[in-house]
Design a protein around this ligand. Structure first.
Ligand code: FAD
Length: 490
């Protein structure tokens, strides 16, 4: 039998993982990437002696990365190593409360009780609920396609369906969290997890309360070489399996013959493939690469609300802060107002919740001596044409005022190097429609079913992986999309 050829559009984390899986299955795989580097949103850059991971900074579920090495018959430890974090995050509240989110659930419950008075039992009950939702949903919603009959003819799915009332899909994340906790600070802490897939805790279904389980039970990690080392080690693995990466190769068209995807075109070059997988945002795949076939567009799906985006300031800071950890959150005093601004007004609140990631805490050579590399991020709406230049100037000032007040230092005067990423640049650098971080939002209870499938319904031989399709955004889910799509193809 001749070797089958797979063409993958995009070398984001899901594109790379799909390439590995298909190569293991015996495909000859070529990956075409528009940028000069692999990784898409998961990239890195240097700036005046500071190194920054440009996108993701929180690494959970490393087992999905390790699985790729094992599939290829390799020992993951020879390629990469990750350190489990004891303190996952340090929280700062405007009322002066400080909290360490310990990885150990007992210790975390005790810390919450000590700092806020919330009973330890409430935290434990909450985490049990989170684990229960995971046990019902992971098998159905995360590890399989929702668009194949096979999924529903499976005993595990049937068992999960009987337990669906327990997944809490009909009230919001916030409503559910309020019912677990007396203390508003703890409700706010757990509401924040809805932002892990770019959603609004005041409207997203409480099923998303599964997310704390992933972090608390499986842990959060720091890859030894920084987040980007996940990409470099996987590309190395893919290349060892014969995958060929073509950089600076933006695909212009997917060529169809009678509703079957036959080839891709880059400028005047046409490459034939037995199967084509797009890791490019599904919205742009249709609107750019299939623009001559609008009748084949899944119109309803493409009209869905996008997830939120981000505004990031990469600051080289001329000082080290002993009271800060790898991950830090400075909460807004009024969380509801903050989300109303993002989702209703499509604007930025004057007191945003600030996420501060400092990789030099774990990897000192990411910053010059006595300095730190601050990845300072706030959630913002997706790009629908706002006046970003104006919004960025105001947000920068608000963030600096907030951090300076809480840390007791004039932070602005410590910045010795700066660059900015906003929804427009996220869109242009990674072709993510409206600069959304996680594809479509999960702001309603049917979102999981409305996300685009891993296969085109109207075009044969065209498949999809990555954050804009099932099961959704974030590194772990993107890696699962690669698994689902390669199993489907095979
Ligand atoms: C600022 C930020 C913070 C985040 N934080 C986290 C976090 O802490 N933890 C987490 O798990 N996730 C986080 N995420 C989300 C995570 O980064 C994404 O869900 C994930 O990396 C998306 O991977 P993907 O496979 O969908 O591909 P993408 O990263 O979207 O890459 C798609 C690739 O396709 C290429 N491409 C597009 N069009 C073409 C074309 N025509 N031809 C060829 N190539 C093309 C692009 O250049 C790009 O390289 C964050 C994202 C951002 C931006």
């Amino acid at each position: 039998m001749p070797v089958k050829k797979a063409l993958i559009i995009g070398a984001g984390i899901a594109g790379i993982a799909t390439a590995i899986r298909l190569a293991v299955k015996g495909y000859q795989v070529n990956v075409f990437e528009a940028n000069s580097y692999p990784g898409g949103k998961l990239s890195e850059f240097e700036q005046e002696g500071f190194r920054f991971d440009a996108g993701p900074s929180l690494f959970t579920m490393p087992q999905y990365v390790d699985e790729l090495f094992r599939l290829a018959g390799k020992n993951p430890a020879e390629f990469s190593s990750y350190q489990k974090l004891d303190v996952v995050c340090r929280y700062f509240y405007e009322d002066g409360t400080r909290l360490n989110a310990y990885a150990d659930p007992e210790k975390f419950a005790a810390e919450i009780n000590q700092q806020t008075g919330e009973p330890e039992a409430s935290v434990k009950k909450y985490l049990k609920n989170s684990s229960n939702i995971y046990s019902i949903t992971s098998h159905v919603f995360l590890e399989q396609s929702l668009h194949r009959l096979k999924t529903y003819l499976n005993w595990g799915t049937v068992q999960s369906v009987f337990r669906f009332p327990q997944i809490d899909a009909f009230r919001s994340v916030h409503k559910a969290n309020e019912s677990f906790f007396k203390d508003e600070r703890i409700t706010q802490l757990y509401d924040r997890y809805a932002t892990y897939n770019g959603s609004n805790p005041y409207s997203a279904p409480a099923t998303l309360n599964v997310i704390p389980h992933l972090e608390q039970h499986y842990g959060a990690y720091f890859p030894e070489g920084g987040m980007y080392s996940i990409v470099t080690s996987l590309v190395k693995l893919a290349e060892s399996l014969g995958v060929v990466f073509h950089y600076n190769s933006p695909v212009d068209e997917i060529i169809l013959e009678k509703q079957t995807a036959k080839a891709i075109r880059i400028k005047d070059d046409v490459m034939l493939g037995d199967v084509i997988v797009s890791n490019m945002d599904v919205w742009f795949t249709y609107h750019r690469l299939l623009k001559d076939h609008p009748r084949l567009f899944p119109k309803k799906i493409l009209k869905q609300e996008r997830s939120s985006s981000a505004l990031i300031f990469y600051w080289g800071i001329n000082k080290q802060f002993a009271g800060l950890h790898l991950h830090n959150i400075f909460f807004s005093a009024d969380y509801r107002a903050e989300f109303d601004h993002i989702w209703q007004q499509k604007a930025i609140y004057h007191d945003p919740t600030v996420y501060l990631n400092i990789s030099s805490k774990y990897k000192p050579d990411d910053a010059p001596q006595s300095c730190e590399n601050w990845f300072t991020m706030i959630n913002v709406p997706a790009n629908t044409g706002q006046n970003w230049d104006k919004l960025i100037v105001a947000a920068r000032q608000h963030i600096l005022t907030k951090l300076s007040r809480i840390l007791g230092q004039d932070i602005g005067s410590l910045i010795i190097s700066e660059s900015i990423l906003d929804p427009r640049s996220i869109e242009s650098k990674t072709s993510s429609y409206q600069g959304s971080l996680y594809g479509t939002s999960s702001n309603n209870q049917f979102a999981a079913f409305l996300r685009h499938a891993n296969k085109a319904s109207q075009i044969k031989n065209l498949y999809f992986c990555g954050g804009s399709v099932h099961p959704g955004g974030g590194i772990p889910l993107c890696l699962l999309s690669a698994k689902i799509v390669s199993d489907w193809i095979a």
